[in-house]
Ligand binder design. Structure first.
Ligand SMILES: C=C(CC[C@@H](C)[C@H]1CC[C@H]2C3=CC[C@H]4[C@H](C)[C@@H](O)CC[C@]4(C)[C@H]3CC[C@]12C)C(C)C
Ligand SMILES: C[S@@+](CC[C@H](N)C(=O)[O-])C[C@H]1O[C@@H](n2cnc3c(N)ncnc32)[C@H](O)[C@@H]1O
Length: 303
């Protein structure tokens, strides 16, 4: 039976449950970054985000799409770094409100716009963006080609799209029950369909019409592990658990938040195991280009 039409509602509900805990425990960028010795979590996160827009090679004033923007942590860093105008889209209305409030608070609402919508059916005109990025967001969508085709549609010819994808790596062994349990645990705890293999991404991008410029697992050495900050000790977890329990008891946090917190603690363990074993990466980077047939023809003629 095909449940793919139920996925947007499922993901929306997931983010209604986790967005506040994510912001409280991980700050405003809902993604992982390679640890950088001597740099804080925030600085390493910002540098990972700035690299995405640097790969797009856009100029100040360009109009860039953030596909799956969360509460806007990346879009604000990228707008401040590049001077580009960022339009973010997320399925979750609560995140739209949070992102807009943060954009205003940080004085970036003139550069950053946020809309609520579904990635495979975005409310944007054809050929209307000078670039696009998605940071750890497309993993939620069962049919990645639908999202890539939609991003291709809204990009201007000749412009670039970069995505940081959640994938299984070449070390993942489908016949190893421990590997399978780790990946299933990551899927369950992060509201994901089956995780794709790193091998699938290039083919899906090509089928969507893109030229693949480059691919790289940004988690591979010399990058430092992205999962170390997940290995919170039981003390840190119990401290957070007491906080969320008290907040829920006082009616400040919604009922059930302690169950969500429990789930996230289990999820963190699966993610850390995915990193430790090397069978999973949250940052398989793919950089694609929408061909510009008009200028390509002008340059090269029919050949
Ligand atoms: C890209 C996605 C989300 C990635 C990360 C932002 C989150 C994945 C797991 C989350 C967390 C796990 C443990 C929580 C902890 C128990 C709590 O006390 C504080 C918050 C956590 C650290 C929380 C923070 C965000 C994550 C790291 C997906 C979903 C595609
Ligand atoms: C893990 S968060 C990452 C957010 C942001 N890229 C960041 O790094 O902070 C994934 C984001 O993708 C969005 N998302 C997932 N599926 C979506 C869909 N089908 N349509 C629109 N947004 C979606 C979620 O609402 C969420 O904002």
């Amino acid at each position: 039976m095909d449940f793919s039409d139920k996925v947007p509602t499922f993901v929306d509900t997931f983010y209604n449950l986790v967005t506040d805990i994510y912001e409280w425990g991980w700050r405003k960028s809902f993604h992982f970054s390679p640890r950088i010795p001597g740099k804080s979590h925030c600085d390493a996160t910002r540098m990972h985000e700035e690299m995405a827009v640097d790969l797009l090679g856009v100029k100040p004033g360009a109009r860039i799409l953030d596909a799956g923007c969360g509460v806007g942590g990346p879009m604000r860093a990228i707008a401040a770094h590049s001077g580009a105008n960022i339009v973010g889209i997320t399925i979750n209305e609560y995140q739209v409100k949070r992102a807009r409030a943060h954009n205003k608070k940080f004085g970036l609402d003139s550069l950053c716009e946020v809309v609520c919508g579904n990635l495979p059916q975005m409310p944007f005109a054809d050929d209307s963006f000078d670039g696009a990025y998605s940071i750890e967001a497309t993993c939620h969508v069962p049919k990645l080609e639908e999202v890539y085709r939609e991003i291709y549609r809204v990009l201007k010819p000749g412009s670039l799209y970069v995505s940081y994808e959640w994938v299984t790596t070449e070390l993942y062994d489908l016949d190893d029950p421990e590997h399978v349990e780790i990946i299933r645990g990551i899927e369950r705890g992060d509201a994901l369909p089956r995780l794709r293999s790193y091998k699938d991404i290039r083919e899906i991008a090509t089928k969507a019409g893109f030229e693949v410029v480059k691919e790289k697992d940004l988690a591979k050495p010399p990058a430092e592990p992205w999962w170390t900050s997940l290995k919170m000790g039981r003390i840190a977890y119990l401290r957070n658990h007491v906080v969320v329990t008290v907040l829920s008891w006082l009616g400040i946090a919604p009922k059930g938040v302690t169950d969500v917190h429990d789930m996230l603690f289990v999820t963190a363990d699966y993610l850390a195991k995915g990193g430790d074993t090397g069978i999973f990466t949250p940052m398989h980077m793919i950089l694609c280009r929408k061909p510009d047939y008009s200028s390509d023809f002008a340059k090269n003629g029919l050949n």
